[in-house]
Design a protein around this ligand. Structure first.
Ligand code: CMP
Length: 136
């Protein structure tokens, strides 16, 4: 059964700053993802707080929101069969030091904070996150 899904991907400030946007997009395309929408933006801290609201109670929430709003990011809608899971596999573990060889975070991630990419963690959250950045 085909299950074409969309998911939200963010190329985070550490990767944009190192000019990795092109390379990371190539990795998505080479792994069968279609980039349906994309934009490079810088968000306010208040927007980062809204985006990461699920992490509000976590000790790293404030730093996380400072970080996501600290520089330009690239937000993308990716489409593929089972895109949410496929993207999470391609990104690798949240902490780059735990990520498997061949994953984006293993290749480019610097630390658990500067882990180069974000991806939606479920189909429901993908819809919410895509709406957050691309509702028009
Ligand atoms: P991301 O997939 O964007 O979702 C939330 C982010 O919080 C995560 O990637 C990490 O960059 C960051 N983070 C910082 N500390 C932690 C932690 N202890 N556990 C999970 N995520 C963390």
């Amino acid at each position: 059964m085909s299950n074409i899904e969309q998911t939200l991907s963010i190329i985070k400030p550490d990767a944009v700053e190192r000019n990795l946007e092109g390379e990371i997009k190539e990795i998505f395309k080479n792994n069968g993802f279609e980039i349906l929408k994309e934009k490079k933006i810088q968000i306010e801290k208040s927007e980062a707080e809204n985006f990461y609201r699920v992490h509000e109670t976590k000790p790293f929430y404030n730093d996380l929101c400072d970080y996501l709003s600290s520089g330009p990011i690239v937000v993308m809608v990716l489409e593929k069969k089972n895109a949410v899971k496929a993207n999470r596999e391609l990104m690798g573990a949240t902490n780059p030091k735990d990520a498997e060889n061949g994953t984006i975070r293993k290749k480019y991630g610097i630390s658990i904070d500067k882990n180069s990419v974000h991806g939606s963690d479920s189909a429901d959250n993908a819809k919410i996150e895509i709406d957050f950045f691309f509702k028009d």
